[in-house]
Write a protein that binds this ligand. Sequence first.
Ligand code: MTE
Length: 327
Amino acid sequence: MNIIRRRGWEIPESEITPEHLVFSRRKLLIGGAGALALAPVLGAGLAQAQRTTDAANLPDPNAGLYPAKHNDKYALDRPITAEKVNANYNNFYEFNSSKDVAEQAQALPVRPWTVKIDGLVEKPIELDADDLIKKIGLEERAYRHRCVEAWGMAIAWTGFPLAKLVSLANPQGSAKYIKMETFLNPKVAPGQRQPWYPWPYVEGLTMAEATNDLAFIATGAYGHPMAKQHGAPLRLAVPWKYGFKSIKSIVRFSFVEERPKGMWEKLQASEYGFWANVNPKVPHPRWSQATEEVIGTGERRPTLLFNGYGEFVADLYKGLDGERLWA
Ligand code: MTE
């Protein structure tokens, strides 16, 4: 990928193995002269695929926790984006680089889902995501969501404050950052077969950011468990930062001393940095951030400093003037 000339988000479809080639290869296998001989092999393959699908679709033992009690501390200045719109306009590069990724993301098996908590902690632990959710409990919050690509939405997430996971982990005093990692499974995620991306997707926050009440681990949206394209079963929501910080489908939380490098920062540090706080006055190197398109209505609104969450988070950045806080 030529990351200098192209936006990180704009990998042309021509660089992805075209779907019709995948399908025509399958047709060849099934319809060719060797079809009979291949039948038992294909049968085994289908059984395997069926098992994977079944595991992915096991009933959610926490389904009864939705809808969770609404926390109205974080009021919105705009209506919630229609679920149909939100669930069909996504960034999930593990599957493909277009916004139309919902169908492909359904291939992700989300149950069982093991979450590792390690690094500078008293005792590293591995937990089943369903057990973690049950243990911590859920609430609902409506957040704005602002992508670095200059569009925005509003979502009713269900989940829990990241601070609760931090206190469960009991990190050592030397931990300065929390590093989060998405699953790595190129078998189900075709985007992860594209070697020019430094998979797995990684993101990080300072401990002060992670323990700010606004930092949220979302497990559901719109009053039900999370749709896969939004990053089931656990995704971050840090609404004062550009959307690429809100890592999806997390499998690992590590407490570390060194500042983690996110996937986009590794690809193009001049455009996607560690802090990535929303600021209308600091343009992206290739476009303005002064306004944003409201997805679903097409309306254009002025971008808000910290995406409108300054009263809750601005203090986190006092004394950090030498840092590139806005991109
Ligand atoms: N997390 C992973 N693992 N993979 C991704 O491609 N895209 C990011 C973020 N988290 C992404 C991710 C970007 S660029 C944005 S804007 C949001 O997810 C999009 O979240 P949404 O699809 O729920 O709107």
